[in-house]
Ligand binder design. Structure first.
Ligand SMILES: Cc1ncc(COP(=O)(O)O)c(C=O)c1O
Length: 408
């Protein structure tokens, strides 16, 4: 039967009907190990007891109230996100510009919305500063982003995404976005020095571009430059966030505190929820009516996110991601079909010598394993952090044999 769903995804020929832990089952009853996690979404795997209980109890109590009223669960979630964003930051800035003081959180429903909030906030903040300093509130608030980046599929987040540069679709795109090469500090300085940039938005690892790592210290250097030229540093942790790289947030490898951090995907372990964290001084640019979302931060999604973060904290999810990463490094040898491994912890790219990653992903599916192919030469894996060592070993065995079948 022809699908009535819009043709926006190149769907694989399988329909899943249930999941448990690291496993999914299709409608015919066949089981699969899941190293795709719904594009890096389910760190606790499928049907996790604590998350399922939290959702079910909350569904019986209160699913939704408007954001014009108080929100206990939203407050608790904001507190947890704020604590995680600032955790491990051991060099509070003495200038008072970005101390380790508490930030503020806007809750929404997806990664694109979290970034949309960041973009609006950066522009409002820039205009607000210009008004204070020059008496004029019409300063251009260029958002600087990187080539190859991905920040979402709303018009503004698509315009921010480096992937839109060569696309003729959806013109005219919103203006005020500019792009520089990723991992290129001198281009960043050249562009910031022009003086019109309100924010530099950057992924700590470019996930959709094929799990591309920048050099260590890239974000620290970007932090310094943003400070020097008066731009906000917005770190998009939608894909890298919440433990999978081995830190709660990947920017924590650089021991910096960004001005704005966006997160979604893993936050609700599958419930749609996103968040935009900002330093309190930056967040104060927003006034009631400046931004909002009917569903953003509703109690049902917050209950799922709180349960997810509680379990992740109890299990020390960042350490588990490091262990998983070590096992991946041990099992997947470079040389032969594998040119290199990218990413950190449990968010990894396997760079093939040939451009047949999609064939490998299809073969793996046939063999009972979910992986994905963000680029013709790259297989991406983001196993759930609850995956046992035995399950991980089996999953990597299937991946290796699928690669051998396709690439021999
Ligand atoms: C880095 C990054 N930002 C933003 C997004 C958009 O998130 P969403 O699909 O939840 O809107 C994605 C999605 O893959 C992403 O990887």
């Amino acid at each position: 039967m022809e699908s009535l769903l819009m043709n926006t995804y190149a769907r694989m020929p399988v329909v899943f009907s249930r999941g448990n832990g690291a496993y999914l089952w299709d409608t015919s009853g066949k089981s699969y190990l899941d190293m795709f996690s719904g594009i890096a979404v389910t760190p606790l795997g499928h049907a996790h007891q604590s998350v399922a209980d939290a959702i079910s109890e909350q569904a019986h109590r209160l699913c939704h109230v408007s954001n014009v009223y108080g929100n206990e669960l939203g407050e608790e979630l904001a507190d947890r996100i704020d604590t995680l964003v600032r955790s491990g930051y051991d060099q509070p800035d003495t200038t008072g510009d970005h101390t380790s003081a508490r930030g503020k959180v806007f809750l929404c429903n997806s990664g694109a919305e979290a970034n949309e909030c960041a973009i609006k906030l950066a522009r409002k903040w820039k205009a607000w500063h210009a008004l204070e300093n020059t008496g004029k509130g019409d300063s251009p608030g260029t958002i600087l982003a990187t080539e190859g980046s991905f920040h979402g599929r709303t018009l503004a987040t698509w315009a921010a995404s480096g992937k839109s540069i060569d696309s003729q679709d959806y013109k005219p795109l919103p203006g005020g976005f500019s792009h520089i090469p990723y991992n290129d500090i001198s281009s960043l300085e050249d562009r910031l020095s022009m003086g019109d940039v309100s924010a530099f938005i950057v992924e700590p690892i470019q996930g959709e571009n094929g799990v591309i790592d920048p050099d260590r210290g890239y974000l620290a250097a970007a932090r310094d430059l943003c400070d020097r030229y008066g731009a906000l540093l917005v770190v998009d942790e939608v894909q890298t966030g919440l433990a999978k790289t081995g830190r709660w947030f990947a920017f924590q490898y650089d021991n910096i505190l960004p001005d704005v951090v966006t997160v979604a995907k893993a936050l609700g372990n599958g419930m749609p929820i996103g968040a935009c964290w900002a330093r309190a001084e930056v967040a104060s640019a927003f006034r009631p009516g400046d931004h909002g979302s009917t569903f953003g931060g509703q109690p049902l999604a917050c209950a799922a996110a709180i349960a997810t973060l509680k379990v992740m904290k109890e299990m020390d999810a960042p350490s588990r991601a490091v262990q998983i990463g070590n096992s991946i490094d041990k099992r997947l040898h470079t040389g032969g079909a594998i040119l290199s491994l990218s990413g950190r912890g449990a968010l990894r790219g396997i760079v093939l010598e040939s451009d047949r990653s999609l064939d490998v992903a299809r073969k793996a599916l046939e063999n009972g394993l979910l992986v994905n192919a963000p680029r013709p030469q790259v297989i991406r894996i983001a196993p759930p952090l609850i995956m046992t060592d035995e399950e991980l070993e089996s999953a990597l065995d299937i991946l290796v044999s699928s690669m051998e079948e396709v690439l021999r």
